[in-house]
Design a protein around this ligand. Structure first.
Ligand SMILES: *[C@@H]1O[C@H](CO)[C@@H](O)[C@H](O)[C@H]1NC(C)=O
Ligand SMILES: *[C@@H]1O[C@H](CO)[C@@H](O)[C@H](O)[C@H]1NC(C)=O
Ligand SMILES: *[C@@H]1O[C@H](CO)[C@@H](O)[C@H](O)[C@H]1NC(C)=O
Ligand SMILES: *[C@@H]1O[C@H](CO)[C@@H](O)[C@H](O)[C@H]1NC(C)=O
Ligand SMILES: *[C@@H]1O[C@H](CO)[C@@H](O)[C@H](O)[C@H]1NC(C)=O
Ligand SMILES: *[C@@H]1O[C@H](CO)[C@@H](O)[C@H](O)[C@H]1NC(C)=O
Ligand SMILES: *[C@@H]1O[C@H](CO)[C@@H](O)[C@H](O)[C@H]1NC(C)=O
Ligand SMILES: *[C@@H]1O[C@H](CO)[C@@H](O)[C@H](O)[C@H]1NC(C)=O
Ligand SMILES: *[C@@H]1O[C@H](CO)[C@@H](O)[C@H](O)[C@H]1NC(C)=O
Ligand SMILES: *[C@@H]1O[C@H](CO)[C@@H](O)[C@H](O)[C@H]1NC(C)=O
Ligand SMILES: *[C@@H]1O[C@H](CO)[C@@H](O)[C@H](O)[C@H]1NC(C)=O
Ligand SMILES: *[C@@H]1O[C@H](CO)[C@@H](O)[C@H](O)[C@H]1NC(C)=O
Length: 457
């Protein structure tokens, strides 16, 4: 049972308690423990086409527009869905229970085509489901949408799953899912709350609660585009976001807590991709593990923006850019032996209206460009994890930086040429005098108001 998990996760000492409930609160988690101990088997030959028909006891096809309410739909069978809508069907379900048992025999079929999902809608179909409980066991997604022109609307509903590869809302093949007032819990591994899959899904979620327990189970898995607004979530053994490649994630008014690896993990699973994009506005991102950074990037060219956002870490590390990625195990930062195509991460972060504490760390030729604007302030430093590392920091007139360690910058730009907005804290800021961005510093030693220095390296 989880009562007050949100508070347990986010407050050291609390004078008041706010209780958020998720579907784990009314479920016998003990009974699902063995289910949740099954590991997803990904180490199989990828089959990238749909290898068998999607079937289930309730099939809606073509121009069949159906509205059902106050019913229970169930199945207990492997590689089988409960409800299947395809070929232009419009299926509406209200105040109902959907209960799924049965295993998935092939991760690729489950991921790319939803072969074992409780609800599978495909091929320009539309689903409206509201006030319903969608419960799955043995490893099955709750709602899966596939194909261009397919859209699912899920509102005022509870999603629960046990077993591996059992995502909550899961869109693939360009499909779109809209979630409103959804409460999600998954107990297994690789069971993200809101996920996209190849070649991309569009997932929009509002006013929702999400709680995952397993490794590789993020709140959002972005393959395609992920939008989250007004969401509280806790990924006990995962980052809150995995993003693989050239994708987009946009978060507004979210309060998300991550328990493994990092707050967010953006990577490319094969050759390094560019244009990965993340933004947080009016939000809080918390990491609970002692080594976990806030934002992590590996083998990707990415940009992030933080507006009125707080990043709270135990590690004191805000950003890592690494020559690395995560593997399908989702539980460690991998190196060259796992992917011979690895390349350094190139990361640009724009910060506005935010106060941040912590360091920037780059590894093995990775770089971080860190732009503070609009009354932002940063207390921290930048350093190499190992190997070459490049940092560029820019400050506008309204923003400030307090160093916590000597820092070496490739580029340093400051709208306030008097540099009243930089506090050395007794440390020295070194710059590369040969970088064109630093021309304004004229290769000279500059004295800061608190007696510290900005010096060429
Ligand atoms: C629509 O689908 C339902 C459920 O499969 C079926 O009972 C009904 O006959 C179908 N209606 C039409 C017009 O095909
Ligand atoms: C399904 O719900 C939508 C949205 O409320 C509505 O526009 C549509 O007419 C409904 N379809 C059926 C078959 O009831
Ligand atoms: C979607 O269409 C494809 C291609 O016609 C077909 O193979 C697949 O079975 C359809 N999906 C569903 C759920 O019916
Ligand atoms: C369903 O899958 C489970 C787990 O792989 C397996 O033990 C069981 O034999 C399968 N059932 C059938 C009817 O194939
Ligand atoms: C997804 O969109 C791409 C680009 O438009 C298209 O080539 C592809 O066929 C679409 N896939 C599906 C399953 O609809
Ligand atoms: C789902 O079922 C649980 C347990 O019976 C109940 O507490 C919850 O309100 C239900 N949710 C919905 C949306 O009906
Ligand atoms: C870059 O990302 C944006 C937002 O996701 C997308 O609209 C655009 O198409 C991407 N550009 C390229 C070149 O992939
Ligand atoms: C950096 O990447 C290496 C592999 O190249 C990995 O072993 C190490 O754990 C990573 N560290 C962090 C903090 O990402
Ligand atoms: C650092 O990058 C080089 C390629 O430039 C690579 O060969 C080496 O394995 C990387 N080292 C680590 C520890 O990741
Ligand atoms: C440093 O500035 C140069 C010249 O403006 C630019 O090309 C380079 O990308 C910057 N480096 C970083 C890490 O932002
Ligand atoms: C920093 O960000 C601000 C606001 O987005 C932008 O106007 C400015 O050009 C950026 N500065 C640098 C050096 O990238
Ligand atoms: C920063 O402030 C400028 C000027 O006040 C405003 O135009 C801009 O929208 C702000 N940008 C952000 C990201 O807050």
């Amino acid at each position: 049972m989880f009562v007050s998990w949100f508070i347990l996760a986010l407050c050291g000492v609390c004078s008041a308690t706010v209780t958020l409930k998720d579907p784990a609160d009314y479920t016998d988690l003990h009974a699902d423990a063995s289910d949740n101990s099954f590991k997803a088997i990904y180490d199989i030959t990828p089959v990238m086409y749909q290898a068998w028909a999607i079937v289930g006891p309730y099939m809606f096809a073509g121009e069949n527009h159906t509205s059902l309410d106050h019913e229970t739909f169930t199945v207990n069978k492997n590689d089988t869905s409960v409800i299947v809508a395809s070929g232009g069907a419009e299926t509406n379900i209200s105040f109902s229970k959907i209960i799924k048992y049965g295993y998935s025999s092939n991760l690729f079929q489950a991921s790319f085509f939803g072969s074992n999902a409780a609800i599978n809608i495909a091929n320009t179909s539309t689903l409206y489901i509201d006030h319903s409980n969608i419960t799955t066991h043995n490893g099955a997604a709750n709602v899966y949408a596939f194909g261009t022109g397919t859209t699912a609307y899920v509102s005022n509903s509870d999603l629960y799953s046990s077993g591996p590869t059992a995502h909550g809302l899961y869109a693939a093949g360009n499909a779109t899912i809209w979630g409103y007032n959804v409460r999600h819990y998954s107990g297994g591994n690789r069971c993200s709350s809101f996920a996209g899959d190849s070649p991309g899904g569009y997932v929009h979620v509002y006013d929702s609660i999400a709680h995952t327990k397993g490794i590789g189970s993020a709140i959002f898995y972005a393959l395609g585009q992920a939008y989250g607004t007004d969401i509280v979530g806790w990924a006990e053994n995962s980052p809150i976001l995995f993003m693989d490649g050239n994708q987009l994630a946009v978060f507004n008014n979210v309060d998300l807590t991550a328990g493994l690896l990092a707050g967010t993990v953006m990577f490319s699973s094969a050759v390094r991709q560019s244009n990965a994009s993340l933004s947080f506005a009016n939000s809080r991102l918390t990491t609970t593990g002692k080594d976990m950074p806030g934002l992590w990037f590996g083998n990707v060219i990415a940009s992030a923006s933080l507006y009125a956002t707080e990043i709270s870490t135990v590690s004191g590390i805000l950003v890592v850019a690494n020559y690395s990625q995560v593997t399908q195990e989702f539980d460690y930062f991998a190196g060259y032996p796992d992917n011979n195509d690895l390349a350094p991460a190139i990361v640009a972060v724009s910060v506005a209206e935010s106060t941040l504490n912590g360091d920037l760390v780059a590894y093995n030729s990775s770089s971080v460009t860190w732009n503070l604007s609009n009354h932002s302030s940063w207390t921290g430093s930048a350093y190499s994890g190992y190997g070459a590392a490049e940092f560029a920091v820019s400050l506008d007139k309204t923003s400030a930086w307090t160093l916590t360690h000597d820092t070496k910058l490739q580029n340093f730009t400051n709208e306030d040429s008097s540099m009243m907005n930089v506090k050395s804290g007794g440390f020295t800021l070194f710059y590369n005098a040969s970088s064109v961005a630093n021309k304004w510093l004229k290769g000279a030693v500059h004295k800061l108001s608190d007696g510290g220095f900005v010096k060429p390296m």
